[in-house]
Structures are given as C-alpha cells and as structure tokens.
Design a protein around this ligand. Structure first.
Ligand code: ZN
Length: 299
C-alpha cells in the first residue's frame, strides 16, 4: 500500500466536535494521503486540504467527531497523476473491512486507455467485503460522452459498466460546469447506460447550469426509468433547495437524493446545513440524511 505519512496530512489536527442531533450517513468522502502539488500559479507545492483519514482509526474518529453513523469512502484525488487515486484502492478495501459495518467503499476506475491494467487490478477487489460502488472522474482526462469515445475507450467503459451492473453497484461521477465534467456530456452517457446502470452524479450536476439542467430533466429521467442518483456536495443552495422541494411535492425520485459531505475537500458542517435548512418534510430529510444511503450501500 502506498501510504506516506506527512505532518500536514491525516486526522492529526484537532477537529471541531459537532452534534447536530440527527442521524446522518455520508455517501461521499475521500480517504488517503494526497501529496502537495504546485497547482495553478502556486510557486511552492500546496495541499488545499489536509485531513483525509489515512487509517480506519482516523476515519472512525472523524466520523465519531462529526456524528456520522456510516460512510461510503473512496480514494482521495486531485493531482495530475493517473496512478495516484488507484494507489488508495487497497486502503478503501481495508477500511471497509475494518469499519465494523459502518464503512463501505467505492473503488477508483478510469476510462482512459492508459489505465487499462490499473482497472484490472481494481476489478480483483470488487468482491471484497463492503465494496459497494465505483468512482470515476474526467478531471484527470477523457470525456463521459460516448459519442466522443474511440473503440478502445468504448471497450474500457463497457467493461466497467458490466462489472458494476453485475453487482448492482452505482458508479459515482464527478460533475462540474464546463469542460469534460459538464452535465450535457453526461446526458449522452445516461442515455446509453442509465437504464441498466446506477449513475450517481456527484455535486448534483455541477454548478448553476448543471443544477438547472438536472432539475429540468429530473422528472423525465425518473419516469423514463433512468437510475440516476445525486448528492448535494458543492451544490449551490438554490439547487438542492429546489430539487428537494420538488421531490417533497411530487415524491418523484425520493430515493435518489443522498447526503455526501465530500470531506476533506468540502466540509461536513456546511453540507449538513445545506439540507437541514431546507423547508421540506422531515420524512424527506430522513431519507436524504441516512435512509437512502442505508438502502443503497449498507443493507
Ligand atoms: Zn469528492
């Protein structure tokens, strides 16, 4: 396992203990060390966030501190090295195994041809206890739009989708407005695979335009039989508010909205209040905060 201990990483700093008085499970947070990197104009390597758990003990301590009952965890990523997130798959397996039923894992896979062999290694871990999902992001290259894939890329994706389907695993996809993570690119992927595969759109479509497009198509996607799931991490307030109120009114997709804190990139506290502060029934909040997660990942 590639585990480098650095003073600025891992849950060593004191954390604010919070208790918001309700049951919460998170289906999106990251684990494992991420090296500082000279991002953008940074003259020196920097680490934008500093508390991803590196051991099961640190993960459980973090969860206890924040009052999180159960967590779906996945590799930390963000530096432009293809092998980096793959290097944390073993850690995810270990945490899912040691987490005493409170931890499930999502394994990192990639649709880029250079990662073919790395995917094969990840596939060998799919049936480890507590592994319940796959995680992909096009921030490290490629596009979710199948119309833009070459033959080799198509074959790689087909394999990933087949492995997920066989186990009824959702695939988590990073969304963000513009570029390769834009939801308009994902709509093509959803059209092709979304009826057979569970597609989890992280960040609720990604930014203002992504939220509006997702909400616009929500009802037809649900009624069309597409297995779309979302979490509201990084979402702009109006997005989750509007979608939750719509769900509260119609009941459409009540099992598809889940809570994800996206620690350590986002923060548990603000993500919690983004949902808690919305004027919808407590029944909806119970679903979002833990019940949907329970059905999807911890049954
Ligand atoms: Zn994330």
């Amino acid at each position: 396992m590639n585990r480098q201990k650095q003073p600025e990483a891992g849950g060593k700093k004191p954390m604010n203990k919070v208790n918001f008085g309700r049951k919460v499970s998170s289906v999106h947070s990251h684990v494992g060390y991420l090296e500082p990197w000279p991002f953008y104009e940074a003259a020196e390597p920097i680490s934008p966030m500093d508390r991803a758990p590196q051991t099961t003990e640190e993960l459980l301590a973090f969860m206890d501190c924040k009052g999180i009952e159960k967590s779906l965890v996945m590799p930390n990523y963000g530096v432009p090295k293809q092998e980096q997130p793959f290097s944390h798959n073993q850690l995810v397996v270990k945490m899912a195994k040691e987490g005493g039923g409170r931890v499930a894992g999502a394994l990192w896979v990639s649709g880029l041809s250079q990662n073919k062999q790395r995917n094969e290694e990840a596939f060998t871990l799919l049936d480890e206890p507590g592994i319940r999902a796959l995680k992909m992001s096009y921030l490290l290259g490629g596009t979710p739009n199948p119309k833009k894939w070459d033959q080799e890329t198509t074959v790689l994706h087909e394999r990933i989708f087949a492995e997920a389907r066989e186990r009824n695993f959702p695939i988590h996809f990073h969304t963000g407005s513009g570029g390769s993570s834009d939801i308009t690119e994902y709509f093509e992927l959803i059209k092709r695979y979304g009826k057979e595969n569970k597609i989890h759109l992280v960040h609720m479509g990604g930014g203002t335009s992504g939220h509006i497009r997702l909400i616009t198509h929500w009802q037809e996607l649900m009624e069309g039989g597409y297995q779309i799931y979302v979490d509201s991490s990084w979402a702009i307030g109006f997005g989750p508010r509007r979608l939750l109120q719509e769900i509260d009114k119609t009941g459409i997709g009540v099992d598809r909205f889940l809570f994800g804190c996206d620690e350590p990139w986002s923060d548990f506290e603000s993500e919690f209040w983004k949902i808690q502060g919305v004027a919808v029934s407590d029944e909806i909040k119970e679903r979002v905060f833990w019940l949907n997660a329970e059905e999807q990942y911890f049954h």
